[in-house]
Design a protein around this ligand. Structure first.
Ligand code: PRX
Length: 634
């Protein structure tokens, strides 16, 4: 792999020359004065003084050469809707939406919260914000009221754009109860709420003076054009909240110029997609994968992007391959959980359609087990590339980079450090470099490359402390993942070093789930851990101590209490965070200083050896956990 090794080496050793070259992949309204300002480590400013705009690069820039090419294809197997927008039509739609947002008083630097299902208006709204220089904060539609309220209070959006509901497996999930409750809970709720009415909520009512109907507002701005706001490269483009060790999600802030360049380069080198081709990413716009590779990445590259609302197995397990065949998809991006779901279906579906156009299938978001990786590659007869990254980085950290060189894939491995990342595997104890096959912390020597988070929204100190504070004597970025490198230089990710769990590719903080459980009045104490699951990777499991045990006296009472706790989590955080079970115990295992021993609980719940038990204060607590899980995982 000489070509790729050289490419990577140059990106680190001649960092500025390398990225100055990549910056030519996007349009600049004003050229930058300096490639990198790293005068205040670990804060990196890329393309200083340059002015650009993400919406211009994703939409306007393509009008001359490909105005009539499809930009956005929307397919909903939930409603049966199918519609396409050319770049020219997308341009008109984004202008309308920008005019709508502007009319509500949100412009350059203001925040706009987008709480929407997978509908085209969500994409219009994101691009419209980018056009105006407004900072979008997209909140995943699966999050419930308390999560939404916390994100409102942190970002203080002037406007919220939402819908009456989403659909999942034909079942409507109404948003109004969620956003109404969130607005009630929030200290600084948005003054204006734009609602897309999909006809899902018969009781939908708009609040006078606050709420506006999307279609009505759109009609009022149908022929307006809004000029692009040219932003200085370091100005924020968006905030996206993600979970960590604490119960309070962090607002990952991304810049404008570095973000545009990083995504443009990744589309060329990693995803190896060409202008005029089609990309199909099966994520949700509420997650970073949706931001980078449903919306911005493919459009910046001049590719058609597919927005899919629906499940991978409905109407049948052939639906994705039908989409690939009918739209001549050349790049596809999905998740290991989806792969494991498909693996349980009839493999004939994988051969039913002509997927000859497909060049690569990329998977990310959670560990991809070796058998599933092998199965998928063999069944598809295409390269299946596992790649590893995070909300914080916005684009891949470890991957095969076929646009530079086609290297051999090892099943179960996301291959090598991506260009731009000076990646190290560091021993937890002393930050020394680990040898081959030695488990260590995956770290990145700063400056982080373009496109990575620039800070935590409104909290520079938290950014430095959280991400660069793992090792006492060395300021490096910690991914909070364990990894190893084999003798051939292939990397493997072995799970998180913190209390973050990954359920079907959704990143959740166990502390957040614990806080949601505690919102139930009868809960005195709770520990939430992630346990291995054959399909979803991990599932949250709760162990709770109640204030009033009398309610648990009968089996009926216990079941009712468990259901009440689960419903509380649904209402607070959302059903994605719902524990698989709530086990009631009398005491939780803790250290003498009162620290919860989550790792020990997790080991017991997974039927593993819990290891060193000397730190535990009350050994009886262990028996409680063992008893609750029946000695084995559920
Ligand atoms: O633990 C790693 C896991 O997912 C985390 C990041 O999740 P999120 O911020 O939601 O970003 C997802 C972007 C694709 C990581 O810290 N993770 C992600 N990809 C992989 C992975 N674990 C193993 N293998 C992967 N390919």
């Amino acid at each position: 792999m000489g070509a790729y090794r050289d490419f990577h080496a140059r990106s680190i050793e001649q960092r500025e020359a390398f990225w100055a070259e990549q910056a030519e992949l996007v349009d600049w309204h004003r050229p930058f004065d300096r490639v990198l300002d790293y005068s205040r480590p670990p804060f990196a400013k890329w393309f200083v003084g340059g002015r650009t705009n993400l919406c211009h690069n994703a939409v306007d820039r393509h009008l001359a050469a490909r105005g009539g090419q499809k930009a956005l294809v929307y397919i909903s197997t939930e409603t049966g809707a199918e519609r396409a927008w050319t770049f020219r039509e997308l341009h008109a739609e984004v202008n309308r939406c920008a005019a709508m947002i502007r009319s509500l008083g949100a412009g350059h630097g203001e925040r706009v919260l987008i709480y929407m299902p997978m509908i085209p208006e969500a994409v219009f709204a994101m691009l419209a914000c980018a056009r105006l220089g407004a900072i979008h904060s997209v909140v995943f539609g699966g999050f419930a009221a308390a999560s939404l309220a916390a994100r409102i209070d942190d970002a203080r959006p002037r406007v919220m754009i939402t819908a009456d509901g989403g659909l999942r497996g034909g079942r409507p999930i109404l948003y109004r109860p969620m956003y109404e409750e969130a607005i009630r809970l929030a200290k600084a709720p948005p003054q204006k709420v734009v609602v897309c009415n999909r006809g899902l909520d018969p009781e939908l009512s708009l609040v006078g003076g606050r709420d506006l109907d999307y279609e009505t507002l759109r009609a009022a701005h149908a022929s307006e054009a809004v000029p692009v706001e040219w932003l200085e490269s370091s100005e924020p483009s968006y905030i996206l909240y993600t979970s960590g060790t604490t119960g309070r999600p962090k607002g990952v802030q991304r810049d404008t110029g570095g973000h545009a360049v990083a995504l443009a380069a990744s589309m060329k080198y990693i995803y190896a997609g060409n202008p005029g081709e089609t990309m199909f990413t099966t994520s949700d716009i509420g997650w970073v994968v949706g931001h980078s590779y449903i919306v911005y990445g493919p459009l910046i590259r001049g590719m058609t992007t597919i927005l899919y609302e629906g499940l991978p197995i409905r109407p049948d397990a052939g639906i994705w391959w039908k989409i690939v065949a009918e739209n001549r998809v050349s790049v596809m991006f999905s998740s290991p959980t989806a792969a494991r779901v498909l693996k349980k279906q009839d493999p004939a579906f994988l051969r039913k359609y002509d997927i000859g156009s497909l060049r690569h299938l990329f998977l990310a978001g959670e560990p991809l087990d070796e058998p599933t990786h092998r199965w998928f590659a063999e069944q598809l007869g295409k390269p299946v590339i596992d790649h590893y990254w995070q909300t914080e980085t916005g684009w891949p950290i470890l991957s095969s980079v076929p646009g530079v060189e086609a290297t051999r894939v090892k099943f179960g491995s996301p291959s090598f450090p991506v260009y731009g990342y000076d990646l190290k595997l560091l021993r937890e104890a002393d930050a020394g470099e680990a040898g081959p096959d030695e488990k260590a912390v995956v770290a990145i020597v700063p400056p982080l490359p373009p496109g990575c988070m620039t800070t935590v929204w409104g909290d520079d100190e938290r950014f430095v402390k959280t991400y660069f504070g793992t090792f006492r004597d060395r300021q490096v970025y910690s991914t909070f993942d364990w990894g190893i490198r084999d003798r051939d230089g292939y990397h493997y990710i072995l799970g998180r070093t913190d209390d973050v769990i990954n359920v079907a590719g959704h990143r959740l903080g166990t502390r957040e789930i614990e806080e949601a459980v505690q919102a139930h009045a009868n809960i005195a104490e709770v520990a939430v851990v992630g346990v291995a699951d054959a399909v979803k990777g991990q599932l949250p499991l709760a162990f709770a101590v109640v204030k009033d045990p009398a309610r648990l006296a009968t089996e009926e009472g216990r079941l009712a209490e468990e259901k009440a706790v689960l419903d509380t989590v649904d209402r607070q955080l959302g059903a994605i965070a719902r524990p698989a079970r709530v086990h009631f115990v009398n005491v939780l295992p803790k250290t003498r200083s009162g620290k919860l021993l989550r790792r020990l609980i997790q080991a017991l719940a997974e039927g593993r050896d819990p290891g060193d038990l000397t730190t535990i204060e009350d050994p009886a607590a262990l028996e409680q956990i063992r008893g609750a899980v029946g000695g084995k995982p559920d």
